[in-house]
Design a protein around this ligand. Structure first.
Ligand code: PLP
Length: 410
């Protein structure tokens, strides 16, 4: 039976996701890999289908009706993202492939002003996407990468962060919610600390956008990035928010169509924001369908979603407390619905394989956060990550399948 209450109609929500009806290995699918990517509601699938069926054309350049309709839909989606993040201006929303591309854009473009001896500050809980672009920048510029430490619960050591912020820190980049640990960072406080030291701040919102209300003006971050596919939207589309003042002063990072005003062999000039950063034909259908995903989550309400997922996390913690040999990795006080763990004597990959045969889809491995694994002294973890459509029964199914793992490895 699916748990439901008046305010959060989980049965209705689940009916919106066609894939949840399928079976894997002859068992009902229990999809607990939402931190990697989430499933798509019918509204998103239908929007993308409708786009291709009725208005597909290239945008911004055509005078014909289809091109105008496609352009309007794409630009309406930009406005939708602006409202979602509460950015002040639509020019501050740059469409990208996802969080990874957004961080690379900032590192490549804003990063051009960094010089030898400057510093970039990140944290020990970052996804590789928020580590490697900065490493590449440091290699190019001679800047130095500093890393603030985390404690045994997987919380950021604020004293370490503050200590490493100095007069040479140009950029502070940190995750809003850790994908490997579930830790929710006190981003407002971190942003204030970084700004007090004169650094610009990039917040990696890949895990936060689907679970928390984001207000970039209230946060006062300089850059905020997220991926559509973790927000119940399409793959290959995401957004970079940047303060107009900063984006304006930044050079383009890729050249091509749409990002120029005029081109000659002597010199080219750049288009206005945000197009200066959008070279080439984008993922138009994905952009259009992203707005359907945002409508979907906002209809349910991000607070309601966070509350529901927290309920599932509590259930998982209760079940884990009396499960022999299970060690949770990431026990921060402020945590999103990500439940990472190891089991004595069984490799996470073996656990994942057996869970899959039981119909339970989880992620096993380093979760693109190898330094986090190193910090906790494990090669990998099993990660169950909850989404808005998961149920308490599915958490119980996870633990029933884990008991099966125990039997196999007894
Ligand atoms: N940052 C975090 C915290 C993530 O969890 C992920 C993906 O798992 C990324 C960045 C990269 O996102 P994408 O692969 O969609 O670019």
């Amino acid at each position: 039976m699916i748990a439901s209450n008046d305010r959060y109609d989980i049965a209705r929500i689940r009916r919106d996701f066609p894939i949840l009806d399928r079976e894997v290995h002859g068992r009902p699918l229990v999809y607990l890999d939402n931190a990697a990517t989430s499933q798509k509601p019918r509204a998103v699938i239908d929007t993308e289908l409708r786009y291709y069926r009725t208005m597909n054309a290239n945008i911004h350049r055509g005078v014909h009706l289809l091109s105008q309709e496609a352009t309007d839909a794409y630009e309406a989606s930009r406005e939708r993202v602006r409202r979602f993040l509460n950015a002040a201006r639509r020019e501050e929303i740059v469409f990208v492939r996802g969080a990874t591309e957004a961080i690379n854009l900032v590192a490549a473009s804003y990063g051009q002003r960094l010089k030898s001896g400057d510093e970039v500050l990140i944290t020990a809980m970052e996804h590789h996407s928020n580590i490697v672009p900065w490493q590449l920048l440091c290699e190019r510029s001679g800047a130095v990468l500093r890393v603030a430490s985390i404690n045994d619960a997987g919380e950021l050591n604020l004293t370490s962060f503050e200590h490493l912020l100095g007069p040479r820190t140009r950029i502070a980049a940190f995750t809003h919610i850790s994908n490997a640990l579930g830790t929710i960072n006190p981003v407002r406080e971190l942003i204030e600390m970084a700004h007090a030291n004169g650094a610009v701040v990039l917040v990696d919102g890949a895990q936060a956008a689907p679970h928390a209300r984001v207000d970039v003006q209230a946060l006062d971050c300089d850059f905020y990035v997220f991926s559509g596919h973790k927000l119940y939207g399409p793959t290959g589309i995401g957004a970079l928010y940047g303060k107009a003042r900063l984006l304006d002063a930044m050079p383009p990072w890729q050249g091509g169509g749409d990002m120029i005003r005029e081109v000659s062999f002597n010199k080219s000039t750049w288009n206005d924001l945000p197009y200066k950063f959008e070279a080439g034909t984008p993922n138009i259908a994905g952009g259009v369908a992203l707005s359907a995903a945002i409508d979907y989550v906002e209809d349910i309400g991000l607070d309601a979603i966070a509350g529901h997922e927290n309920d599932l996390l509590i259930r998982a913690n209760e079940r884990a407390a009396d499960f022999p040999g299970l060690r949770p990795i990431g026990t921060a006080k402020d945590k999103a619905g990500i439940f990472s763990f190891v089991l004595d004597g069984v490799h996470p990959h073996d656990i994942g394989t057996i869970l899959d045969l039981e119909g339970v889809a989880v992620r096993t491995g380093h979760h693109c956060a190898m330094p986090v694994m190193g910090r906790f002294g494990v090669p990998a973890t099993v990660r169950a990550s909850f989404g808005l459509y998961n149920t308490r029964d599915e958490v119980d199914a996870l633990f029933a399948a884990l008991r099966r793992v125990k039997e196999v490895f007894a």
